[in-house]
Design a protein around this ligand. Structure first.
Ligand code: HEC
Ligand code: HEC
Ligand code: HEC
Ligand code: HEC
Length: 156
């Protein structure tokens, strides 16, 4: 075999060596398969600790049940039973330690997020009763008339 075969071969071997050197700098040292076999494939072991440090923001409504039992009970018997409290009040994180109070948003926008009529028939969103915000009592907050924890079609 002549030089015309070996030369490109050396070039290829050179490129592979360069890639291996670059890899040793860029790939974190704890990246690998680790003790559980191939269960999780390749991963960085330190990533487990990173995720343990992530703070849970949303607690779910069972968390609110004991302290705000009146709200919990009325909402569970209403058409809003499928909505989580934190959908309207924001993430509880460590409330009441931190933050001591959750947001109370009385804007029409909060409700229109779900009650603006959307016609798309294949989406479950279309089944939520919609109102025309320009005509439906436009100068008032929705909670003037509707109780968000016990919405009904007349007054609170
Ligand atoms: C350990 C008891 C406790 C738990 C659990 C708890 N809260 Fe509270 N919450 C409080 C206290 C105490 C306050 C302050 C009340 C005050 O100052 O009027 C408060 C205030 C609030 C406020 C503001 C009330 C206002 O008048 O400004 C909202 C909204 C609220 N909580 C929602 C929630 C939701 C939603 C959850 C569940 C994700 C929850 N809370 C879980 C005790 C609790
Ligand atoms: C659809 C949105 C929505 C959901 C879901 C919701 N809230 Fe509220 N919440 C509001 C609004 C709006 C107000 C302000 C009501 C007002 O001004 O009369 C409020 C007020 C409150 C207040 C303080 C005012 C008061 O009357 O004491 C507390 C506490 C509260 N909510 C707790 C909860 C808890 C607990 C849940 C779940 C069990 C929940 N909320 C679910 C929208 C919501
Ligand atoms: C996350 C979505 C969501 C938000 C936000 C929301 N709703 Fe609803 N609402 C629903 C669903 C789902 C129903 C039950 C299906 C229906 O009746 O259309 C409902 C039902 C209602 C009904 C009809 C009750 C009945 O007797 O049939 C009223 C009135 C209502 N909501 C008012 C409000 C008001 C006021 C707010 C704001 C404080 C609000 N909603 C925020 C999803 C939402
Ligand atoms: C001045 C009082 C008042 C205000 C403010 C008000 N509503 Fe209503 N709403 C009513 C009454 C009364 C009804 C039942 C009769 C009707 O359909 O008009 C109703 C009906 C509804 C219905 C059911 C519609 C249907 O087709 O069955 C929804 C959903 C609703 N309102 C959501 C809202 C939302 C969201 C807001 C704020 C953007 C709001 N309302 C503001 C009084 C009010």
């Amino acid at each position: 075999m002549g030089n015309h075969v070996f030369r490109p071969l050396f070039v290829v071997i050179g490129i592979i060596i360069l890639i291996l050197i670059a890899r040793s700098f860029y790939v974190p040292h704890d990246f690998g398969v680790h003790e559980r076999g191939y269960m999780y494939g390749w991963y960085r072991e330190g990533n487990i600790e990173d995720w343990k440090k992530v703070q849970v923001k949303y607690q779910g409504r069972d968390y609110c049940k004991d302290c705000h039992s009146d709200k919990y009970e009325s909402i569970m018997r209403s058409p809003h039973a499928i909505i989580q409290c934190e959908n309207c009040h924001g993430p509880a994180v460590d409330h009441p330690a931190n933050p001591p109070k959750l947001t109370i948003d009385r804007s029409r926008q909060l409700c229109l997020r779900c009650h603006y009529p959307l016609p798309y028939p294949t989406s479950g969103r279309a089944k939520i009763r919609g109102i025309d915000p320009d005509r439906h009592n436009r100068d008032f907050e929705c909670s003037t008339c509707h109780n968000p924890h016990k919405p009904n079609l007349s007054i609170r």
